[in-house]
Design a protein. Structure first.
Length: 268
């Protein structure tokens, strides 16, 4: 089974890159499961709304994951409970958290699950992601789920790698999001779990992790608050990865990073 995962979609340019390239990637790569992180998809680069969610699904996503900006757009509370294909972090605290932290799918007879987790280092307080996913995996294994993909939305490389090694052999893949820069460490762990510290972002290539660079530089120079806005000019980038999973045991066989940019034009 081939899994295509597209990293954090940022602003209008990110949506444009998804519109342009996701259908082409699906046509050429023919993945059985396509996942997109859409937590920065709005024009201001924080949160998602129903229109953008439906557009990403129309472009070819099977599941859309979120992260620490899940609640930044209040519109999400109007529709997240009505769809199983938009998932927020599993370990958000509270008993009555809107939406779901994972999605169950049946893909040509194979039971697959997509899970969204959020890290705790340098991020908002959440429940323990290690304990939360332990509980869920026990349920999924009891229900005979073989293919399990984890979007680990976290700030630090250490927390992402620790989660991957903790889950090695129990899930098909752990792929990091949030830091918006694709890392060069895609590999298969010893017990069969694919890992990539961060898949990277999909959006403006000429800013600083998607934001206009002048206010970011000014903040570094002055240590004073600056208003960050999404870059709308220049070239775009699409970051993703393709994972080949054995559908019988759920172990990953290959993981390949994908990047489309002005320096790496798309070639079908």
């Amino acid at each position: 089974m081939q899994i295509l995962f597209v990293g954090d979609v940022v602003g209008e340019m990110g949506m444009g890159m998804v519109d342009q390239y996701l259908p082409l990637l699906k046509k050429d790569l023919k993945p059985q499961l396509t996942i997109v992180n859409g937590e920065n998809a709005t024009k201001v680069g924080r949160g998602i709304n129903e229109k953008l969610f439906k557009q990403i699904m129309k472009d070819g996503a099977d599941v859309v994951t979120l992260g620490n900006h899940a609640w930044n757009n209040a519109d999400i509370f109007d529709f997240i409970d009505n769809t199983k294909k938009l998932i927020r972090p599993l370990n958000y605290p509270g008993k009555d958290v809107p939406g779901n932290g994972y999605c169950e799918l049946n893909i040509n007879g194979v039971k697959a699950a997509v899970i969204n987790l959020q890290g705790r280092i340098f991020m908002e307080e959440t429940d323990d992601p290690f304990a939360k996913i332990d509980e869920l995996i026990m349920h999924l294994k009891a229900e005979k789920f073989t293919v399990i993909f984890v979007d680990m939305h976290a700030e630090t490389t250490s927390e992402k790698k620790a989660m991957a090694m903790y889950l090695d052999g129990r899930v098909s893949a752990v792929v990091g999001t949030h830091t918006h820069v694709q890392t060069n460490d895609a590999h298969i762990l010893k017990k069969g779990t694919a890992f990539l510290t961060d898949v990277g972002m999909t959006g403006p290539d000429d800013g600083v992790i998607g934001m206009q660079y002048e206010p970011v530089i000014n903040k570094f120079l002055t240590s004073r608050p600056n208003r960050f806005e999404v870059e709308t000019n220049g070239d775009g980038i699409l970051s993703a990865c393709l994972i080949d999973v054995d559908k019988k045991d759920g172990h990953a066989k290959k993981i390949r990073p994908i990047m489309i940019s002005q320096y790496q034009p798309y070639q079908s």
